[in-house]
Every structure is written in C-alpha cells, then in structure tokens.
Design a binder for this molecule. Structure first.
Ligand code: T4K
Length: 373
C-alpha cells in the first residue's frame, strides 16, 4: 500500500508574486488614493500585457465571465450561438445572460475542442456567432472556424480562458476571431486573484468595450449604451504587473511537470494523456488524463476516489457536460446522442494536479499511486 500525502494536493495552487514587491506598489496606491477607474496601474498593465501577449488591443475586466457577457454585447450578438458543451459553465451562461439560445455541437476526439464540421451542420438562419473554447489551452481549429465565419457571415468569439500565453507558430492564439476572452482567476496560469480581459483588433472596438464595462460612459455626461460595471481595480492591476515578471518561470515549471507526467504515464495501459500540438507554445494550464475502464481496470470515478483517499484532489473538468445542467438539458442540441464524443470524454477525464510549486517528487508519487493496483 502506497502512503498517502500528509497534506492535500489540490488540482492547482495559485502562484503569487513576492509580498515585498507587492507592498512597494501598494504604498504607491495608498499615497495617490487612486483605487480604480482606469488608474495608472490599469494603464500600465494593459500596455504590458499587450506587449507580453503579442496583441494589439486589450480591455481588462474584473473577471472572465463578465468579459464574455460584455464581448457578446459589444458585437450585439442575438439569436442562436453555436458552442461547446465541454467547458466551464460560464461559457454557456454568458449566452444565457444575453438572452441568446445556446446550440451545442460535439467536440473533436483528439483536442476536445469544438468540431468545425459539427458546427457547420448546426448552423441555421438564426445563428449569429460561434463561440469555441481553447480547452486546456489547446488551440481550436482556427482556420476552419474562420472559414465558417466568413462563409456564413458569422461572428467568432473565442473563450480563451485557458489560453494565456499560448501561441501558434509564434503568433498569439488571441489574434484570431473577432474577439477573445481571457480569465485571470486564481486557478489560472496567470492570475490577478479574479480578473479577465477581452482582446480585439481595432481601436474603435476597444473603445466600445471600454464604454460597456464602465456603465456605457463615453465621457462625463455621455452614456452611449446600457453598460455594466466590470472594471479591474488598481490593486489587481499592480499585482498583475508583478505576475508578468514571473509568468514565464511559472510556465517553464509547468512544462517540466507536464513532461514528467507524460513520461511516467505513457506506458500505462488504459491511461491517455493529451499530446502536445505541433508548432504550439503551450502554457500547461491543466494536465488532463482519460481513463479507459476496460483497459485500466477501474473507472475514472474509482481512480478519482482512490486519489482522494491518498489526499490528491484531481478534478473532473468538465464533468458533467454543460448540456446536462438543468438550465440547458431541455434544449434539442443537449441530447446525449448529439454529443457522443463530449459525453465519452466527460466520463473519462480527470485533471491531475499541476502548478509551479508542485515538485517532481510529488508527480512521481502521484503516478505511483495511479499505477498501483
Ligand atoms: N471560461 C472557461 C473555459 C473557464 O474555465 C472559466 C473559469 C471561465 C470562462 C470564467 O472565468 P472567471 O469568471 O472565473 O474568470 C474554477 C474557477 O473558479 C474558474 O475560474 C475556472 N474557469 C474553473 C475551470 O475552475 P472551481 O469551482 O473548480 O474552483 P475551486 O474553488 O474549486 O478551485 C480549485 C482548486 O484550486 C481548489 O481545490 C484549491 C485551489 N485554489 C482555488 C482558489 C480559488 C487555491 O489554492 N486558491 C484559491 O484561491 O472553478
């Protein structure tokens, strides 16, 4: 019997910048008393993020969900939007909050991203946009989605909550589609405690998004739209600026943990890891494995419980599928026979712990526990 961990190992643990460095920036905030509303740290952070990510325009938000909701408002999306059931609920909730009907299409068996062919088959005269997700940070089939958007006159909004720092052939994945949305939640590769952003490609759209996240104010007395309050505050922006100094180091650590998991699990019958994609700079935000009960001997849920018994708290992201939640399961597109691949993946997946503080020894122990029958 392999020993259990003395203290719990969760699926993730946020990386924080050095406290002394943060205290220095907090002193400046205490001096100026500028706490929010596009203050100096906000402006610096947007500029620094644009440079780091290799993008042109970014608007910071208080979280990724409000950024998604606002992205749909910014493009005035209505009617039906085709999206994936294999994501965090916020993806579909953002449609619901805009009174848009979600239409689920199935995912690809290799990347677990929305399948462009299934999307094409689901297009109706009411379809106005496609909302794919770069699940686990693996880029979607960008070319195919752009082709569909161009052919059918649809908008393309990427939920890029998992894709901070991800590049395809040296180009940020955020530069594709009409808009992309990031999350900087505590559980993400890059965090500002809570936070998010919309990436767009022209100045006019950025202005519109900035008005929308600030009640619709274009200037002191002009309100151009029924906006929301979704601004990021100065304490988070200062914290985010510091995080940017360390994020490459966080990603390097994740990369080496991911490589070790791959090496240790690759020969394990019934366990499948996702392969790295050619030409992609990954950020290693999650480490999902699929458990094939027939070959591995026990089910995903049994392995999940076994890990818990050893103080390892993996997570079944994304089980249940969004299409199975009460708000959505009545939709025709939510039927299980419409989403066979998503159903299968959701029944087999566990995300194993991965975060910069995790050690190689920890990964060795986790894999020993997985393989111990
Ligand atoms: N789109 C996609 C594709 C997303 O994945 C998300 C969020 C969004 C949109 C929406 O973005 P935000 O509005 O959140 O910015 C977590 C996160 O809350 C959520 O942000 C994330 N996706 C989702 C995949 O995971 P939970 O309920 O699983 O988190 P929780 O609190 O159980 O945390 C997981 C583990 O992390 C804990 O067991 C311990 C550790 N942890 C967590 C927190 C919050 C810490 O060590 N410290 C912490 O402060 O949803």
């Amino acid at each position: 019997m392999i020993k259990k961990f003395d203290s719990p190992i969760f699926v993730t643990k946020p990386a924080l910048p050095p406290l002394e460095e943060y205290t220095e920036l907090l002193k400046q905030i205490w001096d100026t008393k500028v706490l929010t509303n596009n203050g100096p740290f906000h402006q610096q952070f947007e500029k620094a993020l644009s440079e780091y990510l290799g993008i042109r325009y970014i608007s910071l938000f208080s979280n990724g969900t409000l950024a998604l909701i606002t992205a749909l408002q910014a493009l005035r999306i209505t009617g039906e939007v085709i999206t994936t059931p294999f994501s965090f609920v916020a993806t579909t909730h953002s449609l619901w909050w805009n009174n848009i009907k979600p239409v689920f299409a199935d995912i690809e068996p290799v990347t677990f991203n929305l399948d462009p062919e299934k999307v094409e088959a689901a297009i109706t005269p009411q379809t106005t946009a496609i909302m794919p997700v770069h699940v686990y940070g693996n880029p979607c089939n960008i070319e195919q989605f752009q082709h569909l958007a161009d052919t059918y006159g649809l908008k393309l909004i990427y939920d890029a909550a998992h894709a901070f720092g991800v590049k395809i052939n040296d180009e940020s994945v955020l530069n594709f589609g009409d808009l992309s949305v990031l999350s900087f939640h505590a559980t993400k590769v890059f965090n500002t405690i809570e936070g998010g952003a919309i990436i767009c490609h022209d100045e006019k759209t950025k202005h519109r998004i900035d008005y929308l996240k600030n009640f619709g104010f274009a200037d002191e007395t002009t309100v151009i739209a029924p906006g929301i309050n979704a601004k990021m505050n100065e304490l988070q922006c200062a914290y985010g600026l510091l995080q940017l100094k360390y994020v490459d180091d966080y990603i390097e650590k994740r990369k080496s943990l991911s490589a070790l998991y791959q090496k240790l699990l690759k020969e394990t019958e019934g366990i499948r890891c996702l392969s790295e994609m050619n030409g992609v700079r990954h950020a290693y935000s999650y480490f999902p494995i699929l458990v094939d009960k027939d070959k591995f001997g026990i089910s995903r849920d049994d392995l999940y419980e076994k890990l818990k018994a050893h103080n390892i708290y993996g997570r079944r992201y994304f089980y249940p599928l969004i299409s199975q939640f009460p708000s959505y399961r009545g939709l025709p597109s939510a039927r299980k026979d419409n989403l066979p691949i998503a159903e299968k993946v959701a029944d087999q997946v566990i995300c194993l712990p991965i975060f910069p503080e995790l050690t190689h020894e920890n990964v060795n122990d986790i894999c020993d526990i997985i393989k111990d029958k």
